[in-house]
Design a protein around this ligand. Sequence first.
Ligand SMILES: [Zn+2]
Ligand SMILES: [Zn+2]
Length: 272
Amino acid sequence: MIFCDSHLHTDFSTDSETPVESQLMRAIELGLKHMYFTDHMDVDYPGGGFVFDIEPYFEKLLPLQRAFSGKIGIHIGVELGIRPEEEIVQKNINIARCYPFEYTIGSVHVVDGYDPYYPEYWESYGEEKGIYRYYESMYDSMKLFSDFDSLGHIDYIIRYSPSKGAVLEKADKLQKKLEELTASILELLVFDGKALELNTAGWKYGLTYPHPAPHLLKLYKQLGGEMITIGSDAHKPEHLAWDFSRVPAYLKENGFSHYVRFENHKPIFVSI
Ligand SMILES: [Zn+2]
Ligand SMILES: [Zn+2]
């Protein structure tokens, strides 16, 4: 069993109504040893939202961290929406460097001003280009911004693509291009000493695999990657540590015997 959930949300995130205390109580009930609050910070999100006031966040979490120390490790993190636009890179650098977050996830939620969660993105690009453009934007963002510890849900674009990725099965040329691009992303991750997140929401949303899919996990390993963080991305207490019982076998099948969690941006390896 994995006793650490490195990715969860509360009502500090625009898309969650869950109070901090509810996540905390559920984590204790599940017997977790560590939990990482990683609320959404997507600056300049189209139409607004997905940012929170950082000071109240620390004011809320720090006393709980102290009160529960010895019982459960409460860690104060953030899920930063990474984008390549210059002013957003600058704002993200300021957030990552000016506040004492212990752990930072870098995730792509917005591509060229669109959120692929909504159909407008797919209407504008079509499915093949929509998938490719997501990874391209991820790679461009990573070249400009490296103040994060783990790359969040690398292939979650598949979950929102109209065919759930089935379009790729017939698109040989695109598949080849995607292989090259994702290899570049993973190479950069390894080179920069960053972790790749295993996000169990893939299973929750009915995919046959979590994020990342097996081929990406294997590729990261092949390229020298050793650091996998594990998160449920729970926005509700009942989703905390989702399907964590399936994680050890999935990691082992793909060549990993450890996962990592971060303390003050330094990885700690835990055997599975
Ligand atoms: Zn996310
Ligand atoms: Zn998240």
